[in-house]
Design a protein around this ligand. Structure first.
Ligand code: C2E
Ligand code: CA
Ligand code: CA
Length: 258
């Protein structure tokens, strides 16, 4: 069997055994470092192949019909541990575009969270613009169902999908995440800075929460703050963490009124 097939087969077994684990990456308020939420990122440490990143294994999970099981397991394990931590932070889960075609996706999410004691209204779903661009009416109904149950929607990688802005207005989402490709050179590249300014202004005028992704240094953070961006995620504030480190982070970065 080719090595790539062996790896894929090992991945499939790892999903079945619940070995894909949730890493927690903090989302913070840049002015005081207060924790707002964590994005949950899937991780696989294969005993045979080492650490494999989601850009490699998520497409396998999608193609091999394993993505729902993987998402369900991540929700259950992340919510179970986080339910024990104090604070009002949310957990954001990445959901693949194809999962928005399934009527029972919302039911899967609700039942996964219910088992854990984590409040549903502190769960958020991250979706990419691609899900909207595909003219997906099932997605529209699903987003409404999630919203009605108190689950907010975050539009991930914003700016990369060439969305028709008027179409965006028809969907129910509450957060824009500025893609890290625009943040990377924001201190030196005027075009990137103009794009980010436009996204922040658009989000703010629509009353949305805006999060800058991929903030790696203080210079980027300063520029973002000068443009009116409040929330950020990136290595400057915290990388992907185990649940033990995330529990410590949550304890140390509580908002002032918590
Ligand atoms: P994403 O949703 O855009 O996640 C953010 C990615 O940026 C993560 O890569 C994260 O580790 C990385 N990152 C965070 N801070 C920084 C930074 O300051 N600089 C740089 N250069 N990168 C940073 P990761 O974990 O490799 O995930 C890649 C993609 O895989 C994610 O992109 C998401 O689309 C997908 N993914 C991850 N977990 C899941 C999952 O559970 N389900 C699904 N459907 N997709 C997932
Ligand atoms: Ca994401
Ligand atoms: Ca992203």
């Amino acid at each position: 069997m080719p090595a790539s097939n062996t790896k894929r087969c090992a991945f499939s077994q790892a999903v079945g055994k619940g070995e894909i684990w949730p890493a927690f990456q903090p989302i913070v308020s840049m002015d005081n470092g207060a924790l707002i939420g964590f994005e949950i990122l899937a991780r696989w440490n294969s005993p045979r192949f080492g650490a494999i990143l989601p850009d490699e294994f998520i497409p396998w999970a999608e193609e091999d019909g394993l993505i729902d099981q993987l998402t369900h397991n991540l929700i259950v394990s992340a919510c179970t541990v986080a339910a024990k931590w104090s604070g009002d932070f949310y957990l954001g889960f990445n959901i693949s575009p194809m999962q928005f075609n399934q009527d029972d996706m919302a039911t899967m999410i609700f039942s996964a969270v219910k088992e854990t004691g984590f409040p549903l209204h502190r769960l958020k779903v991250e979706m990419t613009e691609k899900t909207l661009i595909d003219e997906n009416s099932a997605a529209h109904a699903l987003l409404k169902r999630l919203n009605s149950a108190g689950v907010a929607i975050m539009l991930d990688d914003f700016g990369t999908g060439y969305s028709n802005l008027s179409k965006l207005q028809n969907f129910s989402f509450q957060t824009l995440k500025i893609d890290k490709s625009f943040v990377r050179n924001i201190a030196s590249n005027m075009n990137d800075r103009k794009i980010v300014t436009a996204i922040i202004d658009l989000g703010t005028s629509l009353g949305l929460e805006v999060i800058a992704e991929g903030v790696e240094d203080i210079e980027q953070a300063r520029v973002l703050q000068s443009l009116g961006c409040v929330l950020a995620q990136g290595w400057l504030y915290g990388s992907d963490m185990t649940s033990a480190d995330a529990a410590l982070f949550a304890g140390l970065h509580k908002p002032a009124n918590c």
